[in-house]
Ligand binder design. Structure first.
Ligand code: ATP
Length: 269
């Protein structure tokens, strides 16, 4: 195996049922899943399916989860890599990893390629801080080249995720590249309730727990924060030797998650 080979290949078990809210995004991706399940049918109709999809949204809103759900729904293998992995690499390594990944994905088509944190390689060229961005630029050029080089018949869909769409190089968004954009917003109250339900499926909740109320008290929380809240509450209940998670645990866990993200903000400044 070549040393440049370092991406993940997996079969995703996640489906759209595991994703709460985000109805519009699901609808768009359902179409793509339909195509990946039966590319021949679409080919006969002369239909062009989007090649590149950009998932945009704040941290923890389910971009990775959504990409995995697309793979699970499509029953297609999922090849993933994160843009941030390229930052510290020697020149040329990132580009050859990209080349390898696209080549494997094509062999395995219909398939999905997922590039997380595309902004770390896809920042507008010339706008970087400091010099020496050869590696990043070569990696980006390789991604763009691979996307341009697809045979239109090839059933490979490339999904990229970012929480910084504002810094992306316009070249990424040209037709035939990431020309389909899907925004994932922070969940509203109904979606927060659904997310709380999904993540407490395997957690014994006390009979008096009111997830609707908890959803009302967690405005501004991303899906990842809500998942974290449930887990913190379960840990609290465990520590205090309770047999179920009650509202008191959930509210204390909520405060802890709020404090945690405030601390992160201070450190991040
Ligand atoms: P980042 O920008 O930080 O990479 P992301 O947008 O890719 O974040 P994910 O990694 O997909 O976010 O989300 C983290 C976790 O939060 C998921 O594994 C999932 O458990 C939970 N989550 C986020 N959004 C949702 C949602 N809409 N429904 C259910 N769970 C969610």
């Amino acid at each position: 195996r070549s040393p440049a080979k370092r991406f993940e290949r997996s079969e995703s078990q996640v489906t759209f049922d595991d994703v709460a809210g985000l109805a519009n995004a699901k609808k768009d991706l359902q179409e793509v899943a339909g195509y990946l399940k039966n590319p021949g049918h679409y080919r006969k109709l002369g239909a062009k399916i989007p090649r590149g999809i950009l998932l945009m949204g704040p941290p923890g809103t389910g971009k990775t989860l959504m990409a995995k759900a697309l793979a699970g729904e499509s029953e297609a293998p999922f090849f993933s890599i994160s843009g941030s992995e390229f930052i510290e690499m020697f020149v040329g390594v990132g580009a050859s990893r990209v080349r390898d990944m696209f080549s494997e994905a094509k062999k395995d088509a219909p398939s999905i390629i997922f590039i997380d944190e595309i902004d770390s390689v896809g920042r507008a060229r010339g706008a970087g801080v400091g010099g020496g961005h050869d590696e990043r630029e070569q990696t980006l050029n390789q991604i763009l080249g691979e996307m341009d080089g697809f045979d239109p018949q090839e059933a490979v869909v490339v999904v990229a995720a970012t929480n910084r769409p504002d810094v992306l190089d316009a070249a990424l968004m040209r037709p035939g590249r990431f020309d389909r954009k899907i925004t994932l917003d922070l969940p509203d109250k109904a979606a927060r309730r659904e997310i709380l339900e999904i993540h407490s499926r395997d957690v014994p909740l006390h009979g008096k727990v009111d997830l609707q109320r908890l959803a009302a008290l967690t405005a501004g929380f991303a899906g990842a924060d809500l998942e974290n809240l449930i887990n913190e509450a379960a840990l609290l209940a465990g520590r205090e030797d309770r047999s179920a998670v009650d509202m008191d645990c959930l509210l204390r866990a909520r405060d802890k998650v709020v404090l945690g993200s405030e601390r992160e903000m201070v450190i991040g400044e």
